[in-house]
Design a protein around this ligand. Structure first.
Ligand code: ZN
Length: 710
């Protein structure tokens, strides 16, 4: 591979990784598997290393390293104080009076900033490089979450030296960038930016949707989801969540800070950190109160949640004079907006079917105005939640907005009245298709697992046609939607009845694309059995599980007959997946789906060129009798470096074709490392662990010896 090709591939991989991260929560069903994601990332890492193509904003830096067992506690060089809260005009005027009493007739101003409902963090930079990122903790010490914070796109990993220099030239005229011995000098310039990590309302809603689909409890508000995210053990998971950052404080170590709060905010912005632009300079407490009432009205239309305002004495030099109490500064205070609540009548409880079959009970409310919008419905999350709050139709309930956006039923107001309705009873059948609902493993949600349930069919078909499943080119979300809307497709099998004339009238189709689409659908009939299994979208059955099932059971018929115990005999399958599979196959309806697909000509068994099936039923494990076809079964390969003739994907294909699998990291369980040019740390590790290393030639020979030809 030459450098030009490498650059192209690097750009392609970065784009893929970024899109995959974005899609993760938006589409509930990620378009590439975790394994494919890790592969892309490690390929990118190797290319960047080999061709020296690393950049500051590369996903290899942003998607984070290995999960950590626990976080190290770090002491804050200056405490991260919390602010006292005020809740009304009088309390705020009292604060103003205390400030004026202390400052006498010295002139001063206030800065007013929005308060964000997230998690406070501090970021330490030495010579422009991010060194430590930490949570507030108890104010004196917090958790070192640097690796997680590095995944936030809002946080610069390095501050441009020119910017640094020009900004602080006036503070420190001794700045010297001609230093020869970079490594040995002490950090000559240290600063900290403090601010709030937060989650935008929309991202919060998406994350909760995703969690509900996954059967996880939703977060109560963006603050919880942000704090929870920042303390996750796996930075890769953090990178997938859209956490944002606003800076609000700048501390320059060993040098004077900028003279005012407003000046600080400007500098934080100049340094490359996002600063919420809506900050104000006020000359009196009356002006402060005006700003607060203005924001209280406008806040609901902001993309993020603000739960109040932070008022600071603007001039830095008064801060020492005003001092701090044991916990909070005397020169700043927070003003909290009142949480908006409303009381209304619960007129009914209905069920909503999610895109992936999860069932959510919904409160049908007498319309009521709350935080600027009319609320008619509110999620009740799940059956248990309704019973816990003992919510019944006919009750008066209080409603609040989580994260300023999602209406939630908080409690019943008149629970002790004499005549109440009956306790809620969860219906047994799907409101959309009538299928009996199931509850898998320990999930809190009921589900409709009918793959052809109307509210789910779009999502199911899109998954069915996706690249890792049936790989039907041209059958993306937009076309699927049209097919469903026009009543052309209700089931998976309907796809195989379509003709070019059927699809030609669809938007942006035309003669050529119609013909191509039908051909692509026909071609998908040859996709191997494991892809068919994956395409069905059975819960918990991802690509890897589908492949393991296919290799183990060899045919749909054998799989249909398998007991939960038989299923658990497959290494990658535990009781959770086995339970999901049996729940799926127990439904008569699914047999109809499967029969229709079988008739359409899809592959329902593994190609049988070796008589392996009869072997399996007979003597069992005698490997020598099983022929060449799966001679790599159970073997794990790790690829590293650039192979002379095979592309990475070709090599993976070959390994998988003969039953092997690939992994992205070398461990004691690795059977072979297939190494090419510029193999990096993986090769070193293989040698250390005594894992056999193959070059391309040996690898191809190995296959040739088994197969006869390649
Ligand atoms: Zn249904």
């Amino acid at each position: 591979m030459n450098k030009k090709v490498a650059i192209e591939r690097v750009l392609e991989l970065r784009d893929l990784i970024d899109r995959a991260n974005e899609a993760y929560y938006q589409e509930a069903m990620p378009f590439i598997s975790d394994r494919a994601f890790d592969e892309a990332l490690s390929e990118l890492r190797e290319l960047e290393e080999s061709f020296d193509l690393g950049t500051e904003d590369s996903p290899t830096l942003r998607v984070g390293g290995k999960p950590s067992e626990s976080f190290v506690t770090v002491e804050h060089p200056q405490p991260m104080l919390s602010l006292d809260n005020t809740y009304n005009e009088k309390e705020l005027r009292d604060f103003d009076k205390r400030v004026r009493d202390r400052l006498g007739d010295q002139p001063f101003t206030y800065s007013v900033e929005m308060k964000f409902d997230g998690a406070s963090i501090r970021l330490r930079y030495e010579d422009g490089q991010l060194i430590v990122g930490a949570t507030r903790g108890d104010g004196e010490r917090g958790d070192d979450i640097t690796e997680n914070l590095k995944t936030l796109k809002d946080i610069p990993l390095r501050v441009d030296e020119v910017v640094l220099k020009s900004l602080f030239l006036e503070i420190d005229s001794d700045w010297d960038d001609d230093e020869e011995d970079e490594d040995n000098r002490n950090p000559s310039f240290v600063f900290e930016v403090r601010g709030e990590a937060y989650m935008e309302k929309e991202a919060f809603v998406r994350l909760n949707d995703f969690r509900e689909e996954q059967g996880l409890p939703p977060f109560a508000n963006p603050r919880n989801s942000t704090a929870g995210t920042l303390k996750m053990q796996d930075p890769r998971e953090v990178a997938r969540r859209p956490i944002r950052f606003f800076g609000f404080d700048l501390i320059v170590e060993g040098r004077p800070s900028p003279p005012t709060q407003i000046e600080k905010l400007k500098r934080i912005g100049d340094l490359g950190f996002p600063v919420n632009p809506d900050y104000r300079l006020c000359r009196s407490v009356d002006e402060v109160l005006d700003v607060i009432s203005e924001w209280d009205l406008s806040r609901h239309s902001l993309p993020f949640e603000t739960d109040g305002a932070v008022i600071k004495v603007n001039e830095q030099h008064y801060r020492a004079e005003l001092g701090t109490t044991s916990k909070s500064p005397r020169w700043a205070i927070a003003y909290k907006f009142q949480a908006e609540q409303a009381t209304t009548l619960l007129e009914g409880i209905t069920l909503q079917v999610g895109r992936l079959g999860s069932i959510t009970p919904v409160a049908e409310l007498k319309p009521v105005t709350l935080a600027g919008t009319v609320v008619k419905r509110a999620s009740l999350h799940n059956e248990d939640e309704i019973h816990r709050k003992d919510i019944r139709v006919g009750d008066l309930v209080t409603v609040e907005k989580a994260g300023d956006i999602i209406p939630q039923v908080m409690s019943v107001v008149d629970a002790d009245r004499e005549e109440r309705g009956k306790p809620f009873q969860m219906p047994l059948n799907c409101p959309a298709c009538g299928e009996e609902l199931v509850k898998l493993d320990e999930e809190v949600k009921w589900r409709c697992i009918n793959p052809e349930c109307p509210p789910q069919i779009r999502e199911r078909l899109t998954h069915f046609a996706s690249r890792d499943a049936m790989d039907i080119e041209g059958l993306g979300e937009a076309v699927v939607s049209q097919l469903v809307d026009h009543g052309l497709v209700h089931t998976f099998a309907d796809l195989y009845q379509l003709s070019a004339e059927d699809v030609e009238p669809l938007e942006r189709m035309g003669k050529k694309s119609s013909k191509n689409l039908i051909e692509a659908i026909e071609k998908s009939c040859t996709q191997p059995f494991q892809r068919v299994l994956f395409a069905l979208g059975i819960r918990f059955v991802g690509k890897t599980v589908a492949r393991d099932l296919a290799f183990h059971f060899r045919s749909m018929d054998a799989l249909l007959e398998a007991s939960e115990e038989d299923l658990c005999a497959v290494p990658s399958i535990g009781p959770k997946i086995a339970g999901s599979l049996t729940a799926y196959f127990d439904h008569q309806k699914h047999h109809k789906t499967l029969e229709a697909l079988r008739e359409a000509g899809l592959q329902f068994e593994m190609p049988d060129q070796t008589g392996r099936d009869s072997e399996r039923l007979g003597s069992g494990d005698d490997e020598s009798e099983t022929g060449y076809r799966w001679f790599l079964e159970g073997k794990t390969f790790v690829l590293t470096g650039t192979l002379p003739t095979l592309s990475r994907n070709d090599a993976i294909d070959l390994i998988e074709r003969y039953g092997g699998r690939t992994s992205s990291s070398v461990s004691k369980k690795t059977d072979y490392v297939l190494a090419g040019d510029k193999a990096g740390s993986k090769l070193a590790k293989a040698l250390k662990l005594d894992v056999p290393v193959l070059d391309e030639e040996t690898f191809l020979e190995m296959i040739q010896n088994q197969v006869g030809t390649t």
